[in-house]
Design a protein around this ligand. Sequence first.
Ligand code: HEM
Length: 424
Amino acid sequence: MMIPKDLADTIVDPRAYQERSRSDEAFKRLRAEAPLAVAQPEGFDPFWVVTRFDDIQAVEKQNELFHNGDRSTVVTTIEADQKVRAMMGGSPHLVRSLVQMDNPDHFAYRRLTQAWFLPQNIRDLEGRIREIARGFVDRMAAHGERCDFARDVSFLYPLHVIMEILGVPEADEPRMLKLTQELFGSADPEVNRSGSASLDVDQGLAQLQATVMDFMTYFNAMTEDRRKNPRKDLASVIANGAIEGQPLGHLEAMSYYIIAATAGHDTTSNTTAGALWALCEHQDQFRKLKENPGLIPGHVEESIRWETPVKHFMRTATDDAELAGQKIAKGDWLMLCYPSGNRDEAHFTDPYRYDIERTPNKHVAFGYGAHVCLGQHLARMEMRILWEELLPRLESIELDGTPTRTAANFVCGPKSVPVRFKMH
Ligand code: HEM
């Protein structure tokens, strides 16, 4: 069965996620009418759209049957795909991070940093992260009674945390933020490199490539430095790491830095901004949280489900397969629609309600299986600490204008959340 054209176009349209009601509505219809069906938006190869929680998990669990790296890991037009392959010697990827790898490389490269991100190891960072969080809460208070929570707090706090872990000096953080926004917001004229809303494929790719080159130039210098002067930071692990006795490949090392320096904050920033927006709109939940700080972990989990900053990843079938009664052919491309899985009525009671006491709250915002988010424990810890520091000082908060989201079909969330508040 083919998905109707209007729905197929909607799920790849960056503006549908900017409005959110449009992407939510499309997914709701798909879950009800065509939960696993093929879409072919204008200019794209056909792909399966996986919208149900159980089907997303089933694909994510089978990492040998559904590969990450065989085709583009994000949905791409035929023209853009051909141009990337021409530029990259046949590979469909501009970078080669964990996301683009399959076994045996994925296992070997993930093992290099996995220990860093385990709960028992990031626990050592708790004291320092709390200091950073306090600093941002103080800065928010210094704004007086109004600020843009996205721009003034939530973009900056996770950025500072991951850059400290990585070893990037504070003076370079604005540059890292700008490059990340260019990468993820390439379809949004407010944040992309050219400031244009109507780029053709060549211009769009040139823009992305320039951003990737800037990142690589920066991290290349960092590698040289850390090889000479290793420190206790993640950059030193990447610079001096070995895979089967050999240093990491150049593209792989650069990509490792890039994923940590982008996925490591934008997702968490989006979720934090979305969480505050939700609290402003659900004052009963705000009051409950203030009265009972024990509910903070539930609020963090619900905000991750609610915001679901990663909108999709693609997988490619390595063999003929069956999924939810449908025949998937070898080579087929599948889009895992995380926001849809996280609103699946068959999995969540009242999925459109923000409920900090939702139990259980098993969502797919961090993915699942071998590629499950490497930074999930860090992300949760950072957000818990921020709310633990902010909520006791926040007497009241409400929206002070209309929040807006970035236009993107891959990673996005609120870019502006104007608020009015009373703090002590
Ligand atoms: C992978 C979401 C924060 C690093 C992923 C994936 C998702 C995701 C959906 C793909 C999982 C899959 O394919 O099954 C999120 C969300 C975050 C977050 C919602 C915050 C709320 C972070 C942080 C880091 C990070 C703080 C820190 C470094 C990574 C890496 C991968 C990844 C390296 C690739 C893992 C692999 O392919 O093996 N994340 N992420 N993420 N994330 Fe996160």
